[in-house]
Design a protein around this ligand. Sequence first.
Ligand SMILES: [Zn+2]
Length: 254
Amino acid sequence: MDSQTVLLVFIAVGLDGLAGLAGGVLSERWLQRHLPALVAFAAGTLLAAVFLEVLPEAVAALGDAAFTWALGSFVILALLEWALGHHHHHVEAAAGHVHSHGAPTLPAALLASDALHNVGDGAAVAAAFLVSPNAGFATAFAVIVHELPQEVGDYALLRAAGWSRVRSLVALGGVQLTAVAGAAAVLLGTRHLPSLQGTVLAIAGGSFLYIGAVDLLPELRRGLDSRKRVGGFLCGLLLITGLHFAERILGVHG
Ligand SMILES: [Zn+2]
């Protein structure tokens, strides 16, 4: 791996870290107006990234075994969500309906599951940049845009649990940086185990599919401003699709 790849990975993971602060930085009014479209946009980027970049690269690296890993990670996420309750489903919380949201989420449990998730995101970004710049950009983009609504929701839940603004932001920013650990583990691990990046991509493919299709896509059917949601979804799809075909046409596959 060259130093440019490593640099790109850490820039992407750093931007992902900033997404952790979204809940405290974006105004409540902006969020109420744009969050549904943002969630739909994230669903579009995730699904396009899975089918155009992440799974094809995983199959190129591992062959059909990539689908077994992807299925495994999809099923494990589904089982985890049944066991622990929803993780990525905090959109209502961000929209200010925290109190009607059933059992309160414990901050420690929330932050722990967030940390685990971010290690996976960081690993996925690193593995994607290792196979090609284009897979890297698509994956980094999909990771950052799905983190925005997620972190906004987590911030709302921490505030609802009585945490101060500063404490909430420091905790979320810190937890977001666990992505660095995931990225570093993949960058170092592939030196000893070259098949690691394919396996990580296959696992990421299954989990992005789950988050996009199961957690985020159903949000498209809710609420009033459905035109905005569908528009956001299509924009997300078009963005990653455009990136994909621009690469084909320009022949810049790395
Ligand atoms: Zn994520």
